[in-house]
Write a protein that binds this ligand. Structure first.
Ligand code: IMP
Ligand code: MG
Length: 185
């Protein structure tokens, strides 16, 4: 168990399971995009660790760029998007893969997909380490999903609780009333 500010968390997904899944996702992308012109767009801050591990296993002739949005405070999504900062690569001749840490309500990813699509890339797909299908209200489901999880709050491996916990190399779930209920599907 770990403590971050006022909350306790238990290990949910081990580093071995994360690394195994990253390997699987990279292999799928390598096969699907062979000989294509790919631009990975990683969404900061949360995806920095996942993007780093994933990209080390990508063997395509590709580029990576980083964007930032701001939409989330504390343990529940506010649904507020400020803006997309940093998209200055020319995407018009590229297949874009957006790298996310987690897709929860889907509001953030919908907005990012809309903004990127305006630049008319050849295609746009999303690769997310975590996905909460029960919370999802977005238009386009993420294409590459590491773990579909129940509606539980998680930290670690890039994900934060009030900006803490991003450095942890495992994923932890919130303990509520002393118990954890998260499931990996
Ligand atoms: P969405 O717009 O509701 O899909 O949420 C997107 C953003 O909320 C993610 O990129 C995360 O930054 C944050 N978020 C959603 N669920 C969690 C969680 O369980 N732990 C930490 N951050 C989360
Ligand atoms: Mg994020």
């Amino acid at each position: 168990m770990i403590q971050i500010n006022d909350k306790s968390f238990d290990v949910f997904i081990s580093r071995e399971d994360i690394q195994g899944k990253v390997e699987t996702l990279a292999a799928q992308i390598n096969a699907d995009y062979r000989d294509k012109n790919v631009l990975f767009i990683a969404v900061l801050n949360g995806s920095f660790m996942f993007a780093s591990d994933l990209m080390k296993r990508i063997n395509l002739d590709c580029e990576i760029s980083f964007v930032k949005v701001s939409s989330y405070v504390g343990t529940s999504s506010t649904g507020r998007i400020d803006e997309l900062i940093g998209l200055n690569a020319d995407v018009s001749d590229k297949h874009v893969i957006i790298i996310e840490d987690i897709v929860d309500t889907g509001i953030t990813i919908d907005k990012i997909i809309t903004l990127i699509s305006e630049e008319q890339p050849l295609s746009v797909k999303t690769c997310t380490l975590l996905y909460k299908p029960d919370a999802f209200k977005g238009k386009v489901k993420p294409h590459y999903v590491g773990f579909a999880i129940s509606n539980t709050f998680v930290v670690g491996y890039g994900l934060d609780y009030d900006e803490k916990g991003r450095n942890l190399d495992e994923i932890f779930q919130l303990k509520e009333n002393g118990v954890t209920r998260g499931e990996i599907n």
